[in-house]
Design a protein. Sequence first.
Length: 141
Amino acid sequence: MGCFVVPMAEAIVVSIVKKVVKKKKENTASVGAEDVASLNAESKDFNQTKLDWEKKLSWLNQLLWGGVFLLAIEHIWHGEVVLWPPFLTAMSNPSEIPIMLHEMATIGTSMAVFVTLVWGVMVYVAENKIKQTVPKECERN
């Protein structure tokens, strides 16, 4: 009924956090040229072995919004969501509201947690892959 609302709420929060991270990154980049040179010299090794948060959050954002989109289409297809208020058909019948809220609390939360766990595994694997390839490239030079 409304299980896709929970991952959508998480996707909205992640989108906002991603914009804040991007803004902080741009503000950091606007530091003086000599400061940037010293920062780059100090953090060169760190940047080569780590993915930046903007990229990581972008992955999570894409996973969440993709799932929300597919679930919304499926709910529209089955008539659980309509394009006129109250949008969720369960909201039109007061006796179905507790059922909808229970589904959101159980199924929706489970989906959001699962997607976030999958994202965490993706980030872990990607960072380990980068750590393994960077030393090999340094040895060649």
